[in-house]
Design a protein around this ligand. Structure first.
Ligand code: 5GP
Ligand code: ZN
Length: 114
């Protein structure tokens, strides 16, 4: 756990969040400022600043996060029509520097993103 990391605090239970699913390695909770009718964030419990910090040894964790996204989409009723986003770095719009996947759905999405 990284001190002063918002998502580490959510993972440890020090900060409240609306959790929708969890395992020993990841946590899924509702975004505080949803950008779509369904907007869930999936984080590894272990702290990584972004996707860029994952290495070969994290293959199974990376796969688990993807499968978690698929299952959350299904349980939220948007299976078959959702967007998965991993903003990586400030230029991509990352604002919380603990790796997370956005699962967005429940409305039509535009492309390309801003
Ligand atoms: P990023 O911009 O880094 O890709 O996404 C960070 C996301 O975290 C944003 O969508 C933002 O609304 C969400 N967020 C920021 N602070 C909190 C919080 O305290 N609780 C929850 N549940 N989401 C948060
Ligand atoms: Zn963290």
């Amino acid at each position: 756990m990284l001190e002063d990391c918002l998502f580490c605090k959510i993972a440890s239970g020090d900060m409240p969040a609306r959790i929708v699913a969890e395992s020993d390695r990841w946590l899924a909770f509702r975004d505080i400022d949803p950008k779509a009718p369904v907007h869930v964030l999936i984080i590894p419990r272990e702290h990584f600043e972004s996707l860029d910090e994952l290495e070969e040894g994290h293959r199974s964790l990376a796969g688990e996060l993807l499968l978690a996204a698929q299952r959350v989409a299904e349980s939220e009723g948007i299976g078959g029509g959702y967007r998965l986003v991993a903003n990586t770095g400030a230029d991509a719009g990352q604002t919380v520097f603990h790796l997370h996947l956005h699962v967005l759905g429940g409305r039509a999405m535009r492309w390309p993103p801003g």
